[in-house]
Each structure stands twice: as structure tokens, then as C-alpha cells.
Design a protein around this ligand. Sequence first.
Ligand SMILES: *[C@@H]1O[C@H](CO)[C@@H](O)[C@H](O)[C@H]1NC(C)=O
Ligand SMILES: *[C@@H]1O[C@H](CO)[C@@H](O)[C@H](O)[C@H]1NC(C)=O
Ligand SMILES: *[C@@H]1O[C@H](CO)[C@@H](O)[C@H](O)[C@H]1NC(C)=O
Ligand SMILES: *[C@@H]1O[C@H](CO)[C@@H](O)[C@H](O)[C@H]1NC(C)=O
Ligand SMILES: *[C@@H]1O[C@H](CO)[C@@H](O)[C@H](O)[C@H]1NC(C)=O
Ligand SMILES: *[C@@H]1O[C@H](CO)[C@@H](O)[C@H](O)[C@H]1NC(C)=O
Ligand SMILES: *[C@@H]1O[C@H](CO)[C@@H](O)[C@H](O)[C@H]1NC(C)=O
Length: 556
Amino acid sequence: MTSGVVLKLLVCSLIGALTHGVRGGDPYLFFTWNVTYGTISPLGVPQQVILINGEFPGPDINSTTNNNIVVNVFNNLDEPFLFTWSGIQQRKNSWQDGMPGTNCPIAPGTNYTYQFQVKDQIGSYIYYPSTAMHKAAGGFGGLKVHSRPLIPIPYEEPADDYTVLIGDWYTKSHKELKGFLDSGRPLGRPEGVLINGKACKVGVKQEPMFTMEPGKTYKYRVCNVGLKASLNFRIQGHKMKLVEMEGSHTIQNVYESLDVHIGQCFTVLVTADQAPKSYYIVASTRFLKEVKTSTAIVSYTNGEGEAEAEASPELPPAPVGWGWSLNQFRTFRWNLTASAARPNPQGSYHYGAINITRTIKLVNSVSRANGKLRYGFNGVSHTDPATPLKLAEYFNMADKVFKYDVMKDEAENTTTDLTVEPNVVNMTFRNFVEIIFENQEKSMQSYQVNGYSFFAVGIEPGTWSPEKRMHYNLLDAVSRHTIQVFPKSWAAILLTFDNAGMWNIRSAKWERAYLGQQLYASILSPEKSLRDEYNIPENTQLCGIVKGLPKLPSYS
Ligand SMILES: *[C@@H]1O[C@H](CO)[C@@H](O)[C@H](O)[C@H]1NC(C)=O
Ligand SMILES: *[C@@H]1O[C@H](CO)[C@@H](O)[C@H](O)[C@H]1NC(C)=O
Ligand SMILES: *[C@@H]1O[C@H](CO)[C@@H](O)[C@H](O)[C@H]1NC(C)=O
Ligand SMILES: *[C@@H]1O[C@H](CO)[C@@H](O)[C@H](O)[C@H]1NC(C)=O
Ligand SMILES: *[C@@H]1O[C@H](CO)[C@@H](O)[C@H](O)[C@H]1NC(C)=O
Ligand SMILES: *[C@@H]1O[C@H](CO)[C@@H](O)[C@H](O)[C@H]1NC(C)=O
Ligand SMILES: *[C@@H]1O[C@H](CO)[C@@H](O)[C@H](O)[C@H]1NC(C)=O
């Protein structure tokens, strides 16, 4: 742990270094994170994990709309490292997105300070490592954005606010797992499930993870931080009222359980309205041959301490099949009358009335050529060049690092071998674009877009065709950043590419993203203006062919 003295010194020295990209006037939150290896045994076997200030999972970032967040990351691992802030829109500021295509990795033994502002995105988010297979070892944590006191939220302030990070887990080290993928082998099935870094079985005595006072209502922020498994989340004996997902206030439906796909976050309210005792919180894998389940305990307090009575060993059952999950998706609706800030500042929420200017149909591509597994979109499998794409573009050296539009908007031939090279799509600034994710495989997928919220307008079995637009929800689809795609199904999203920058679109299943199923959308504003994009921050690290180059004159 960093001592208080060190922390204060770091904070003071940083204030002078703040540059564009962070707005003055609004409050600052400073964090100093020491990223190290540690050894813990979540599944009973000692293994190497990634700690932040000694914690696994990492600390929560607790923020309020308009806060400026400054995180000084000291990389004490033996490999280059980056964090990305999943779902945080970072308007005009892909400089801080922390993907290998936007930032040079933080070299071992060095530090880098991220600076960004959270805006109009009241909700639950996560951060996690974006380099190599580091996410398999931890380094993830919760990121909350609260509403400012003046902007009411569509529910009563809960008695407390709990982060619940659920995810599948492997006992092999991140290097060993990366070795599998590098040699062309798949990751295989996860060995267990963790809830906030712990795996507990039913019937084994465990300390309560959360407590509730009888009669009070609590907020649970449930996010799937795993690598590949969709998880079902439920709380014995209790119903969950869904109030928000990925930055949008939803119609407040009540659920017995929720399917949380990789990268997704749900905020639910739970009222302690049952007999005062302990209850199991359950997270179990979905769509895998062998179900892995983990539990945690929530205990009622009785004023003096925790209630004595133990939880019943009978766990609530998980749903079966993916039809259930698709039906659940269809119940998610945006609350159009909630008065909270809109996640999409300029595009009105009358998105159904905007004409689509471009359709991109991304078909899942898989190749096992030469015995090596690769994934891609429309026949292109992305690789990260040594020079981050954003920096190559900024220094007008893109032509030396990558070609734009190697991938076509529609798959021409999904049976050909994959082209392995950087996958960068030239998006026109402010175009309203329809993206279809078509999954021709039998496995479940989940896709994530950085820098934007999109309208998740439809998911259906089968293949997509233009007539399917008649089935879109053009009224109250939830604006979010991650969408699941069921086996042999498609999902459609609509969004306005109005956030200039270089933004990653990827499979949220990390094995697939690592093996190439990702792309970057390059959105260049025709005018170089601070109105559209911030200047490159002073502390941006340069690497690859731009290493040592002087930064270009800033614009205003
Ligand atoms: C980070 O943690 C390591 C291991 O505990 C320690 O040696 C190092 O001094 C710490 N660095 C900072 C900046 O606190
Ligand atoms: C988190 O932020 C909210 C709103 O700013 C505040 O009410 C709450 O006390 C904070 N919680 C912690 C643990 O800092
Ligand atoms: C590294 O940390 C020091 C404070 O210890 C800070 O002054 C410096 O700006 C940081 N470097 C980067 C690149 O953020
Ligand atoms: C939507 O938000 C409004 C305003 O905050 C709230 O009164 C209403 O109950 C919400 N509607 C539903 C169906 O959740
Ligand atoms: C959308 O396209 C239709 C038909 O091409 C056109 O009539 C209409 O004006 C367009 N709407 C907008 C908002 O541009
Ligand atoms: C697709 O590519 C494969 C392999 O190169 C080839 O055999 C097949 O004829 C192509 N199909 C079409 C429709 O072009
Ligand atoms: C990207 O598209 C815009 C039009 O939207 C065009 O002006 C520009 O030349 C394209 N850039 C590249 C590198 O293809």
C-alpha cells in the first residue's frame, strides 16, 4: 500500500501537470495505483493475480457526474500494461481510452497518469486491463458515476450501494493462458466463478459479503468482469428491481434473476423484506456444458449485529436455454421520462427518426488455418501494431502503420482465410450508422463499443436482412455499450459517430478480442478544433515510429 505521505506528494505534483482533456472548475478525484503481482487462492489453488494497491479486485472509483478523474498508474508488473475504462464515453478524448490502439503501454517500472472527466453517464461501470491476457489475472474494479444532487434520479436514495463483480475464472496464470492462444489453442472452459474475488460453495461457512437492515432498500451494481461465460445472477428469496444499465435509466421491471453477459453492468434495487436471516447471492455460468456456480452471503442485521439464522442450502434455480435470455433482453426498455441527464447529448433520443447513412454488417469470422486459431470480423483479424493507431494518425504517419478500410462493410466470403492486419474503419464524423453483429456460430457472443453509447434496437435468431429493420425497437431501446448475440442470431445497434477519436469495437470475450476479433473506428473531425477533440495531453507517452517526435502545435 502507498503511504499517505507519498500519496499527498503525488497529488500535489500532479495539479500543475493537468492539461486539456480535463475541465477546470469541476472537482478532481486523485488516485495513485500501484499495480503489482500477488498470490491468492480463490479456487483453492495458489495462483498469481494482479493487485491494485494490494487489492483484488481493484478499488472502486466512486465519482459524480462532471468529476475529473486523475489516476496515476505505477506498473510494477514485468510486462507492459494498460487500463481501459469500459463504457466511460470520454468525449473528445480517446487519448485516455487506454487501448493498445490509442495509448502506448505503460512500461514495467514506469508510471502514466490517466486524466478524464465523467459526464452525464449516471450508472455502473468497470475498468480492466486491456493488454495481453492480464484481465485473466484481475486488475479490474468498479467505477460508479452518481448523479449531481440537483439532478434527481428516478428512485429513492438507497440505504447503501454495493459493487458486485462476477466473472468466470481460470487457475492458470495470464502468461500460460496467453501461451495457449499464441500457440493456436483455445482457452478452454473456465474452472470456476468469482464474486468480488471469492468463490464460495453452498454449505461451507462463509462471512457475509453484504449486510441489509430489515425494511431498507439497497443498490447492487452487478457487472460481468469475466473472460467468456455469460452468468446468471440471483439473490435467494429476493426480487431485483432493475433501475439502470450501462448508463441509462430503465423501466423499473422486477426480476427473479438476470443474465449478465461479458462486459455488461446492471444496477438493481433490493429491499430487505424477508425473514431476518442470511441469504445466498448466486452467480452461475450459462450456456456451458458444465455449470459452474459460486455464492456469497447477504445477511440481515438486527440492530446489534448480523442475524443468526443461516441461509437455506436450497439455491434458487437458474433459467435454462437462451430463449429465456432473449425474452429477458426484450423486456429492457429505456425510461423516456426519467429526468436524469441523457447519455447522448446532441443526438436526440428520437433516434428512430434519424436516417441511417451507413450499414456495417460484422460477421463473426473464425479461422484454424495452419492449426492456429484466429478470430475476426468479415475476414479481417486485427493485430496491434507497435505504434498505436491514434498516434500514427495524429503524427500524419498512418500510411506507415496501417491501411484504412481493409475490412468491407459486409462479409464477402466468410469461408476464406482471415487477413491478419490492423483493422481500422474510416467513419465519417457525425454519421448515423447501423451496425449488425451476425453470429453464425453456435456459441454466445458479446460485443462492446468504446467511446459511445448505442441504441440496442434488436436481437433475433437467424441471419439479418434489411426487412428485419421493421422489427427494430425505434422508440425506447436502451442506450448502452455492450450487446450480446445469441447462437446463430444477429443483433442490431444504431449510433451517431459524433465523438472524434480512435475507438475500439471488440468482442467482449477476451480470447476472441486477443485473437483478432476487434476493430478501431477512426472518426476525424474535418476541422481541427477543441470543440470536437482535445489536444494530445502533455504526458502522452510516445512509442514505435513516433517515439521521440515533438508534439504538433496545439489548436484552440
Ligand atoms: C508498489 O508495491 C511494491 C510491492 O509492494 C513496492 O515495492 C513499491 O514500493 C510500491 N510502489 C509505490 C509507488 O508505492
Ligand atoms: C460515493 O459518492 C457518493 C456521491 O458522491 C457519496 O454519497 C458516497 O458517500 C460516496 N461513497 C464513498 C464510499 O465514498
Ligand atoms: C509519474 O508520477 C510522477 C509522480 O510520482 C508524476 O509527476 C508524473 O507526471 C507521472 N508520469 C506520468 C507520465 O504521468
Ligand atoms: C420513469 O421515471 C419516472 C421519472 O423519474 C418515474 O416516475 C417512473 O416511475 C419511471 N417509470 C417506470 C415505468 O419505471
Ligand atoms: C430521411 O430520408 C427521407 C427519404 O430519403 C427524406 O424524405 C427525409 O427528409 C429524411 N429525413 C431526414 C431527417 O433527413
Ligand atoms: C470463398 O472462398 C473459398 C476459399 O477461398 C472458395 O473456395 C469459395 O469459392 C469462395 N466462395 C465465394 C462465393 O466466392
Ligand atoms: C475517410 O472518409 C472521409 C469521408 O467521410 C474522406 O474524406 C477521407 O478521405 C477518408 N480518409 C481515408 C484515409 O480514407
